[in-house]
Design a binder for this molecule. Structure first.
Ligand code: DGL
Length: 273
């Protein structure tokens, strides 16, 4: 019996692959689209296996490798992990297993520490992210002389997946996790999960005008530009395409993408592997 290697498809040859557990990574995708208008983008919402933040490390690693390998097989030239949880658990493993450049978002603790005046920074993220060794290391490396309050925010991802970002129910759940961080004196909040920028208006209203919110999506897009180097399509080439896939419910993802991406988009089903 022969064991031929699968022939890589070229449907997305030269595109940039971006993925998250769901639609949260669209907050990164929009920064990438703004920075790289000529590039073709392929986005995977791994909604059939979400939320990552409540799963085991081995599940998150297995999903990161499965989606990363699928993108590589499509011929992408770079992969962006638009999910803090996947980054802190599995970015290193994915980097070890692919020759492609991997750019990965992580909680923006360093810039937040530089900006705080009260000396207290809040990090809002998933359970897995706040418990991770990577975040402990970021706090050790950048947090000298400051207090860093790590706050898990269960339920926020599900609200964003339902595109429920402005309701009274959402505001109540935002208040439940932001209030204790503010009570400890935080004046700077890191949006440490890519779903949370879609709750930005609600978080800002709850936190009040004296509190800054930090989202590293634009820094990730800049890093991607840097990593592409001369593989970048020339400025002025025709506008790139954007393709969306989900491993979960197509209708639900379509609904969320329509609300959050701000432009009509077709979502295709991806067998969840
Ligand atoms: N958007 C992801 C992140 O940045 C995780 C959401 C989830 O728990 O699935 O952490």
């Amino acid at each position: 019996m022969s064991h031929a290697m699968p022939i890589p498809s070229t449907r997305f040859a030269g595109a940039i692959g971006v993925f998250d557990s769901g639609v949260g990574g669209l907050s990164v995708l929009r920064a990438i689209r703004a920075a790289l208008p000529e590039e073709d983008l392929v986005y995977v919402a791994d909604s059939g296996h979400a939320p990552y933040g409540d799963q085991t490390e081995s599940h998150i690693t297995q999903r990161t490798l499965t989606v990363g390998n699928w993108l590589a097989e499509q011929g992408v030239k770079a992969i962006t992990i638009a999910c803090n949880t996947a980054t802190v658990v599995a970015a290193r493993t994915l980097r070890e297993q692919t020759h492609l450049p991997v750019v990965a978002i992580e909680p923006a603790i360093k810039p937040a520490v530089a900006l705080t005046r009260s000396g207290v920074v809040g990090v809002l993220a998933t359970r897995q992210t706040v418990q991770s060794e990577s975040v402990a290391r970021l706090c050790d490396t950048h947090g000298a002389g400051k207090r860093i309050v790590l706050q898990a925010c269960p339920g926020w991802v599900e609200l964003v997946e339902q595109a429920d970002v402005h309701s009274a129910r959402t505001e109540a759940l935002v208040r439940e996790f932001v209030a204790p961080v503010l009570a400890q004196g935080a004046d700077t909040l890191v949006l440490g999960c890519t779903h949370y920028p879609f709750l930005r208006d609600t978080i800002a209203r709850v936190a009040g005008p004296g509190v800054q919110l930090i989202d590293p999506a634009e820094a990730v897009a800049r890093e991607l530009v840097r990593r592409l180097g001369d593989q970048r399509r020339p400025a002025g080439a025709q506008p790139g395409t954007t393709q969306f896939f989900t491993t979960g419910d197509v209708a639900q993802t379509q609904h969320a993408v329509a609300h959050l991406w701000g432009a009509p988009a077709e979502v295709e089903a991806l067998a969840s592997g």
